[in-house]
Design a protein around this ligand. Structure first.
Ligand code: UD1
Ligand code: CA
Length: 449
């Protein structure tokens, strides 16, 4: 039987934040969600999340996972106190209890599996993950005696000599739950922080083992925003290295960010200052960026998107977007189309080979195949209460500065005169024009004042 307890009740004072520490994010996911996701991979029988500070907010952030039980720790008197409450609330303290600090977000399932394996094979009372840090500041120091851990001393309780010890406690423990519950209530808070430390259980248990692993960034704990940014960088490096090994070029890696879920095809070039977020898929041979943001979108083969923003949209193959375009949610841009300078597209469908090259707003529209939208064209889709649709048939040629007052429906091969305000539907092959004729008054002199 395997139970997991994630400690997430603390405020995170050193974050200087109104958001609970475990809800701060790394590459789009909260610290807590990352720890939960790693634990779920172990297929435990039950997961307890210990919450306290802003408990409701923390609970709301957790994705629906049936095995998760919330335990409330009030007040938050230390990591040992959190586990005391857990042991009291859960009737059966049996099997293994894996305890993880909710602020160690990059812990890998494979490392947790190694810990469980060591624990089982040595029949330990407790085993925990340790590493040697070049700068161990802030962590509890782990002291060994032979093959066993003798004790853990928190940084704030260390004397000068103890502080020199580079072997630290990562905050990830596997307990024999029965043995733990026999001693958990004897913990005291006679230390410099006046807290009940979980780490004090180690010297009370007999068979305490250390799984020392190399410091590869995985065990970085987060107490402040400097450490948050270190973790973000570690995470981003891992993600980008994966893509580079799969055939993606980054022109200026440090200035880009890529979500964990993103899929990027071969021979894609990611230019500087480009951010690929959420569930985005980019197919091969695209050039994305510089200065581009794409979220929850699909981008087909051979597209070029520069200096632009794309949200929740579908971009097919061989499409050029930008510079300075904004494609808003629920747009579908078909192959060989072009969206140019200072163009906004929203909830619209552009059929193949259509062009919206300059200074336009196209909202709630369907634009037919090979239609050209002249510079400055606007679909006036909002009547003050409702949004309406604009439909323009294929092979049409829309004059510069046309305004479509939706709802409006134009046939195929329609031409509109530049500067027209179009309020009526028009049939196939027609010219729609609505502007006063130009008058030339000859020999006209300006009035003298
Ligand atoms: C803790 C360890 C330290 C270890 C380090 C690893 C103790 C006493 N110290 O120190 O040995 O090197 O983690 O990162 O455990 N929490 C609660 N309830 C509380 C207090 C804390 O749930 O009453 C939660 C926090 O939300 C956090 C985690 O426990 O997720 C760790 O607490 P934190 O205060 O950050 O401990 P550290 O000082 O980092
Ligand atoms: Ca911590």
């Amino acid at each position: 039987m395997l139970s997991v307890a994630i400690l997430a009740a603390g405020k995170g004072t050193r974050m200087e934040s109104s958001l609970p520490k475990v809800l701060h994010k790394i590459s789009g996911k909260s610290l807590l969600q990352r720890v939960i996701n790693s634990c779920v991979e172990l297929k435990p029988d039950q997961i307890f999340v210990i919450t306290g500070h802003k408990s409701k907010e923390v609970q709301k952030s957790i994705s629906n996972e049936k095995k998760i039980h919330i335990v409330i720790q009030e007040p938050q008197s230390g990591t040992g106190h959190a586990v005391q409450i857990l042991c009291r609330e859960v009737k059966k303290n049996e099997g293994k209890l894996l305890v993880l600090n909710g602020d160690v977000p990059l812990i890998r399932p494979s490392t947790l599996k190694r810990l469980l394996y060591l624990h089982d094979s040595k029949n330990a009372d407790v085993s925990l993950i340790t590493t040697k840090k070049r700068n161990p500041q802030g962590y509890g120091r782990v002291f060994l005696k032979g093959d066993f851990i003798e004790r853990i001393v928190e940084e704030k309780d260390c004397n000068d000599l103890e502080r020199e010890n580079p072997l630290i406690n990562a905050g990830v423990y596997c307990f024999n739950w029965g043995k733990l519950s026999e001693i958990i209530n004897t913990l005291q808070s006679n230390n410099n922080q006046k807290e009940i430390y979980l780490t004090d259980t180690i010297s009370m248990l007999k068979n305490s083992l250390s799984l020392e692993i190399e410091d590869n960034g995985e065990l970085q704990g987060i107490n402040n925003r400097i450490q948050l940014s270190v973790c973000e960088e570690n995470m981003q490096n891992l993600i980008k290295e994966k893509h580079m090994l799969n055939g993606v070029t980054f022109i200026n890696k440090a200035s880009c960010s890529i979500s964990e879920e993103a899929e990027i095809g071969k021979d894609v070039i990611i230019e500087a200052n480009t951010h690929v977020r959420g569930n985005t898929k980019i197919k091969s041979h695209c050039i994305i960026g510089p200065n581009t943001f794409i979220e929850n979108s699909y981008v087909g083969l051979n597209c070029e998107i520069s200096n632009s923003t794309v949200y929740a949209s579908h971009i097919m193959d061989h499409i050029k977007i930008g510079p300075y375009s904004h494609v808003r949610p629920n747009s579908k841009i078909s192959s060989f189309s072009k969206i140019g300078n200072f163009v906004e597209i929203k909830n619209s469908q552009l059929e193949e080979e259509s062009k919206v090259n300059h200074l336009s707003y196209i909202g709630d529209s369907i634009i037919g195949r090979s239609t050209n939208i002249g510079a400055g064209t606007i679909t006036a889709n909002f009547d003050g209460q409702k949004k309406h649709q604009t439909k323009i048939g294929k092979n049409s040629s829309i004059g510069a500065n046309t305004v479509f007052v939706a709802p409006i429906n134009l046939g195929e091969s329609v031409t509109t005169g530049a500067g027209s305000v179009i309020t009526k539907d028009s049939k196939d092959n027609s010219l729609a024009i609505s502007r006063t004729k130009q008058v030339n008054i000859e020999n006209w002199e300006r009035k003298k004042s």
